[in-house]
Design a protein around this ligand. Structure first.
Ligand SMILES: O=C(O)CCC(=O)C(=O)O
Ligand SMILES: [Fe+2]
Length: 257
């Protein structure tokens, strides 16, 4: 298989674990730009009444659903060139963005999810299993070990629903791996990977921006459909593809601009 961004080792660890941690993915300049942008967007979101899609209600966090509608900075991050090549390795030549959020998890807040997989659906194309979706987290500040980490059960994307352990507190999951990562780290995970947010016992706010990508025949989640204004401004094939505006099953040209 020809890889466009990942090393063989990264691809094998993705296959084995169902998630991939990419340290130093963003430069210091990018971290600052997007982190400042996140603060401005959250302020604007509050001024507009903290509206969220009814399909996007997480407890114990500030969740700006459809963050790309608030600031073009987050449209730009949606199509980060190296991440697009990475997703090409994970999803193939054509994919769409199906949801996107800014997420602030404040100190001393309970976990905002329990253990779950985002989808129980398996998808096969030409006999090969491909992810139903790949979710990407960008962490814009360091996340301490007890700072409400996104956590995974490695290899769980290959487990049946009835094999997935149930626990009381999210920290009790045997064998879980925490994303206590440095600012600038990007994490991608398979839609079937068992994951949870943990409790934030620390004094730090977890600051993340999330994009969910899926094969092009999936539709954008309700509440995340790109506005007409955003579509009208989408002049590149990459952006049109991500916003679900292109009919093609495969468009390698989108990666050439
Ligand atoms: O924010 C987290 O740590 C987990 C949220 C989650 O379950 C998700 O984005 O699918
Ligand atoms: Fe989830």
């Amino acid at each position: 298989m020809k890889l466009h961004a990942l090393t063989d080792e990264q691809y094998l660890s993705w296959e084995r674990d169902g998630f991939l941690v990419m340290e130093n993915f963003l430069t210091a300049e990018e971290i600052k730009k997007y982190d400042d942008g996140l603060d401005s967007v959250v302020k604007l979101w509050k001024e507009r009444g903290s509206y969220n899609s009814e399909h996007a209600q997480l407890a114990n966090v500030d969740q700006v659903s459809a963050i790309i509608e608030y600031d073009d900075l987050f449209v730009e991050l949606m199509e980060h060139p190296r991440m697009m090549k990475t997703l090409r390795d994970l999803l193939g030549d054509a994919f769409v963005m199906i949801d996107n959020d800014g997420l602030l998890k404040y100190p001393q807040q309970k976990a905002h999810t329990s253990w779950h997989r985002d989808t129980g659906n398996d998808l096969y194309v030409n006999g090969t299993r491909i992810p139903f979706m790949v979710k990407v987290f960008y962490f814009l500040a360091d996340v301490p070990y007890d700072g409400g980490c996104l956590s995974f059960l490695p290899g769980s994307h290959k487990m049946r629903n009835d094999q997935l352990p149930k626990v009381g507190e999210p920290e009790d999951m045997p064998g879980h791996v925490r994303m206590n990562v440095k600012a600038g780290t990007a994490v991608a995970f398979h839609g079937s990977t068992y994951h949870s947010a943990l409790n934030n016992f620390s004094s730090r706010t977890r600051r993340s921006v999330i994009y969910n990508y899926a094969p092009m025949f999936l539709r954008t989640w309700p509440g995340y459909e790109p506005s007409e204004a955003l579509q009208a401004k989408a002049s590149t094939r990459m952006r049109q593809m991500l916003l679900g505006m292109l009919p093609w099953m495969s468009d390698p040209k989108a990666f050439e601009e």
